[in-house]
Write a protein that binds this ligand. Structure first.
Ligand code: V47
Ligand code: SF4
Length: 398
């Protein structure tokens, strides 16, 4: 479904604002856009214009290929000593009876419950509590690897790492090395929120700073590791803060090349201290995806996390720069729904996910965490509905 010609039409449009035409020319020439130009896109560009540019880049990088993976989430605890105002979990520190605090054995029971299921990744995130320390996580990673060496461990964010390394009085370098030796394969993108202290100080409840978040990813990349990045948008930040956030990610990526995917996360307003804020519109969401794709020229992938935005929006996002819709996840916790995500009970079979992608003219590709192709579903015809049923979930943490 190539739309490469659409950009040509746009470039010939005599009525197009000269600044926007200039940006379109840059995109056509595969040149990087500046921060001022990104700001201009947020402030001035129409959705149709942004979609044309973002889709051009998306198709240039990936054609119609659209990635998903099969993973499951484990959350050691949903209680957290930080007090991020956007998070539905932080309040549980005072109401611990409503939360859970899993032991090592509980966590391994969850891992074992996936024996014989075709998952390639476990995504581990959680609240921050003192008993979940370096020892807990290194022991857990080692046990997972012993039990199932093929399972990719994508675990924890700089929020946890900063806390546990500080507690053990070890440097980021020492700490990340220990994690790698224990079996950590990659880092998810959480905890980034908005880097700029003007906003972060108001929403991030005392957890690691933007600088510390970036530094821990840098250290991990220097060890040869890969990771993802996110941005929580649509609350009290303005466009300038979003561009600043993207700028810092682009700069670090220039230095290390260690990021795989950028995931814009729309702020949801239920059950948290920012419930008085109105959520941004779906048009704003599509603009966010498109501008991320246009600005982050050194990121291979842009991911839409579909349980949060809903299936229809996920399909739409594939025309606005997105090439990855995360995956089939077995949700044991249902946490995502606490923040008011679109999918109150998200469950998609692999077949449904594949159909969802095919229906918007794209090619469904199952990938592993590092984007190696596991299976191309383009020509697969499903015979039964009884394929392994994977559930999708949002870990609304870190
Ligand atoms: O850092 C918390 C966000 C993130 C809310 O790397 C909220 O593959 C919206 O990072 N409304 C954690 N968002 C989730 C995350 C993630 C998810 C899927 C895949 C990957 C990956 C990473 O969730 C937190 C925070 O930014 N979050 N509360 C909320 N009310
Ligand atoms: Fe804790 Fe993460 Fe929630 Fe912040 S977002 S309160 S660090 S679980």
């Amino acid at each position: 479904m190539t739309t490469l010609h659409n950009l040509d039409i746009l470039l010939e449009d005599a009525h197009l604002d000269p600044d926007l035409k200039n940006i379109a020319q840059k995109v056509a020439g595969h040149q990087r856009i500046s921060n001022d130009e990104a700001l201009l896109l947020f402030e001035k560009a129409s959705l149709a214009y942004l979609g044309t540019l973002a889709n051009y880049i998306r198709e240039h990088k990936h054609g119609d290929d659209t990635y998903f993976n099969r993973n499951f989430h484990m959350e050691p605890t949903n209680v957290c000593l930080y007090t991020c105002t956007f998070c539905s979990y932080s309040r549980l520190i005072k109401r611990r009876d409503e939360g859970w605090e899993y032991t090592h054995d509980d966590m391994m029971d969850i891992v074992r419950s996936y024996d014989n299921k075709p998952v390639t990744e476990v995504h581990i995130v959680g609240g921050v509590l003192p008993q979940y320390d370096v020892k807990f996580y290194t022991t857990l990673f080692k046990a997972i690897k012993e039990h199932r060496p093929d399972l990719h461990v994508k675990a924890l964010t700089p929020v946890e790492y900063h806390y546990i390394f500080k507690k053990d009085k070890i440097s980021y370098e020492e700490g990340m090395k220990l994690m790698k030796e224990a079996g950590l394969d990659s880092m998810p993108g959480g905890g980034a929120e908005i880097f700029h202290p003007e906003i972060r100080d108001q929403i991030a409840g005392g957890k690691c700073s933007g600088e510390q978040w970036l530094r821990i990813h840098e250290v991990w990349h220097e060890l040869g590791g890969r990771s993802n990045a996110t941005m929580l948008y649509g609350h009290i930040e303005n466009y300038w803060h979003r561009v600043d956030h993207l700028d810092q990610l682009r700069q670090l990526q220039d230095k290390t090349g260690g990021f795989q995917t950028f995931i814009p996360l729309k702020f949801r307003n239920e059950n948290n201290q920012l419930s008085h804020l109105e959520e941004v519109s779906t048009i704003e969401d599509l603009k966010m995806y498109a501008i991320s794709r246009i600005y982050l020229d050194n990121f291979d992938h842009i991911k839409a996390y579909w349980p949060m935005i809903g299936r229809d929006m996920a399909q739409l996002s594939l025309a606005f720069g997105v090439d990855d819709i995360d995956g089939t996840i077995d949700d044991t916790t249902k946490i995502y729904s606490m923040a008011g995500s679109e999918e109150q009970n998200p469950a998609l079979t692999t077949e449904q996910l594949v159909q969802m992608i095919k229906r918007v003219g794209r090619k469904p590709i199952e990938r592993d965490t590092l984007y190696n192709v596991v299976k191309d579903y383009t020509d697969v015809v499903f015979e039964s509905e009884n394929e392994y049923k994977g559930y999708l979930a949002l870990p609304v943490m870190n």
